[in-house]
Design a protein around this ligand. Structure first.
Ligand SMILES: Cc1cc2nc3c(=O)[nH]c(=O)nc-3n(C[C@H](O)[C@H](O)[C@H](O)COP(=O)(O)OP(=O)(O)OC[C@H]3O[C@@H](n4cnc5c(N)ncnc54)[C@H](O)[C@@H]3O)c2cc1C
Length: 386
């Protein structure tokens, strides 16, 4: 076990909270600062796949996630064309373990609540409404000044502060998020009785996920091309979402008629962060979206961050010196996160390659080819130890 005095975690998102729980489990002293005053988790869902769930076994929340979210081994996801006909029906592959769900789709807020209860049980101190102001590395640690006027001395500082990471900016300036050319509309709605499995429609440069996230709710998530990062007026986003996906068939026309307005829709543009190797400098380490935010076409970004966090705690537990542990962690993570980031980006490019087709019934051939050819290889790589 690496001997450390105290670890500071910047950011209490998914990755920061998992890291805190994982460190506390190993009796490594840590604390978190979170810039927000309170957790206002946006109304959207998230699919935590086998990769993320397998890592979450470390902190013991997978069963509870399965109870709160949606998983049915008999009803695995179907990929559909624009008219809602099944193109691919992949088998349910479980890399998590016997008796556990192989993936869980869950409301983000519900996931946060499960994770946060675990964090509270771990006893790790969390300071809300606080961020870091200055980092000063000394001979035997790192001194930190905080926005609330306090100061502290730590062994390591871990930036888990997301896309616009201040920690990253302080140690690796100039690696801002890059616009990936897509935007998305996300909302959670009451789940119709007829909806029994996740569906994902692809075509005409767009995708639309229809994903149960509990017994009573589903997550509606559309992605389309965007030429600018400028936000449209919020009052227009529900209408634009309806218009954009009006050409899709199957269950879509009925779902678009459900009762929702602009206040229910979360509109964001997609951005990537590609922090070059290594993601650490001195006693500062960057992980999760702060290091490798990916396009969500593989729905793996959160899982890669969760793996970062658990692998980090594992290396501290196995190692003797912190420098060696940090280097070993980075070797474990870089290629794997890059594989997901590159693959997910390529899927997005393949989606838009045939967007000009005016066939009403359509599934992008490059996406079909990619899924058919690389599907098994990708699954094998993701199933490998993290
Ligand atoms: C449209 C979309 C769909 C997605 N779908 C999926 C999916 O289905 N499955 C999946 O696995 N992933 C998905 N992802 C990716 C996933 O959401 C992210 O990878 C994940 O949330 C990253 O977690 P994080 O903790 O690194 O960052 P964040 O979730 O961004 O958390 C960062 C935290 O740090 C805090 N913070 C920020 N700045 C500071 C500061 N200066 N000081 C202190 N605290 C600070 C923030 O307030 C926040 O609480 C999706 C992403 C998008 C955009």
């Amino acid at each position: 076990m690496v001997k450390l005095d105290k670890v500071l975690i910047v950011g209490a998102g998914i990755v920061g909270q998992v890291l805190a729980c994982s460190l506390a489990k190993r009796n490594i002293d840590c604390e978190i600062v979170e810039i927000k005053d309170n957790f206002d988790i946006a109304g959207a869902g998230i699919l935590i796949q086998g990769t993320g769930l397998r890592a979450l076994l470390d902190i013991g929340i997978v069963e509870e996630m399965g109870e709160v979210g949606f998983y049915d081994p008999e009803k695995n996801i179907h990929f559909l064309d624009t008219l809602g006909e099944v193109v691919l029906a992949p088998p349910d592959i479980n890399i998590v373990g016997e008796g556990y769900p192989s993936n869980v789709a869950i409301r983000r807020e519900a996931f946060h609540e499960v994770l946060h209860r675990r964090l509270e049980a771990s006893g790790v101190p969390l300071r809300m409404g606080t961020t870091i102001e200055a980092l000063n590395e000394t001979a035997d640690g790192i001194d930190v000044s905080f926005s609330d006027g306090t100061e502290g001395a730590y062994s390591l500082v871990i930036g888990c502060d997301g896309l616009r990471s201040k920690t990253r900016d302080m140690v690796f300036p100039g690696h801002d998020p890059e616009f990936a050319g897509f935007c998305n509309w996300r909302l959670v709605l009451p789940r119709p009785d007829t909806m029994d499995r996740p569906l994902w429609l692809w075509g005409h440069g767009k995708t639309l996920g229809i994903i149960p996230v509990s017994d009573t709710e589903f997550y509606f998530a559309g992605v389309g091309k965007a030429s600018t990062t400028e936000r449209p007026p919020q009052e227009t986003v529900a209408d634009t979402f309806r218009q954009k996906f009006a050409c899709f068939g199957g269950p879509v026309p009925d779902l678009l008629k459900l009762d929702f307005g602009p206040e229910d829709v979360l509109y964001t543009v997609m951005e990537e962060v590609r922090l070059p190797a290594p993601w650490h400098k001195g006693r500062v380490v960057i992980m999760g979206d702060a290091a490798h935010a990916a396009c969500p076409f593989w729905a793996q970004g959160g899982s890669m961050g969760i793996e970062d966090a658990v692998a980090f705690a594992d290396e501290l537990e196995k190692g003797d010196g912190w420098q060696e542990a940090v280097a070993a962690w980075f070797d474990r993570r870089y290629e794997r996160a890059k594989f997901v980031q590159d693959g997910s980006f390529e899927t997005g490019q393949n989606l838009t390659r045939d967007e000009e087709s005016d066939e009403p019934k359509f599934f992008p051939p490059p996406v079909r080819e990619m899924m058919a050819k690389q599907g098994a290889e990708t699954a094998k790589r993701l199933a490998a130890p993290f």
